[in-house]
Design a protein around this ligand. Structure first.
Ligand SMILES: Nc1ncnc2c1ncn2[C@@H]1O[C@H](COP(=O)(O)OP(=O)(O)O)[C@@H](O)[C@H]1O
Ligand SMILES: [Mg+2]
Length: 220
């Protein structure tokens, strides 16, 4: 099928990460184009989270590089942060800010135009409107997960990176997430998704990179 592919937005080349004498990631390559979603799958401990952390610059790889639109990806750089929204496992919330205050702060800190409107829309979408005045410590674990996702969706972004976003979501939540990720692609954003939910991967991802099995990554 002759098809001109868009230049990839995210380019990952040769990412290698060792802990002591264990090589967790061995020369991992992947590309994600605008409007495309790539899945990363593999068993527990296969290095999925480490790969995402190395890609966004939250962990330092022993070798390799990730670039977003030609710039080295490092979430500590403001010009990169503006284009990148990340949902990892270990998100913290300001303990003394309510749900809506937290989202409002995140949106404004990342120079989201129409922050108030975006926050309201996202609160409604993720089903947290009713608890928007509550502190994070009073939320259920599923609601906290929804807040973590909402924190990414109130930011401007061209690349969305998600580590097991379906974790702790109920059936409706996973269904919403699938539709939301499809609409991210339709809006021309790139999505990099680690997930243990085959249905979600099937629904959203154009390609899958498999980690584990001791022979590094295998795109296919
Ligand atoms: N900071 C670290 N120090 C030592 N080992 C680590 C560190 N981070 C991750 N690992 C190890 O790397 C492997 C891959 O971990 P991880 O990327 O979290 O896997 P996954 O997300 O696929 O379950 C695991 O064996 C884990 O114990
Ligand atoms: Mg993980």
């Amino acid at each position: 099928m002759a098809q001109t592919k868009a230049d990839p937005l995210l380019v990952v080349r040769g990412i290698t990460r060792r802990f002591g004498d264990r090589t967790i990631l061995d020369q991992v390559d992947l590309d994600v184009a605008a409007g495309e979603a790539v899945g990363v799958v593999g068993p527990n401990g296969s290095g999925k989270s480490t790969l995402l952390r190395c890609i966004v610059g939250a962990d330092e790889a022993d070798g390799g590089e990730a670039t977003l639109d030609g710039r080295v990806l490092d979430e500590r750089r403001p010009d990169v942060r503006r284009d990148l929204a990340v949902v990892m496992d270990d998100i913290d919330f300001f303990p003394d800010l309510s749900v809506v205050e937290h989202l409002d702060l995140v949106a404004r800190a990342h120079a989201q135009p129409d922050a108030e409107e975006v926050v309201n829309d996202v609160l409604d979408e993720v089903g947290l409107m009713e608890v928007s005045g509550q502190l994070p410590s009073t939320l259920s674990s599923g609601q906290r997960r929804r807040l973590a996702l909402a924190s990414a969706f109130v930011r401007p972004r061209t690349l969305l990176v998600l580590d097991e976003p379906e974790a702790r979501l109920d059936v409706d939540g996973v269904r919403w997430l699938g539709e939301k990720l499809l609409s991210e692609k339709a809006a021309g954003r790139a999505v990099l998704l680690v997930s243990h939910d085959p249905g979600l991967v099937e629904q959203v991802c154009d390609r899958v990179v498999r980690l584990g099995g001791g022979d590094g990554a295998d795109a296919g």
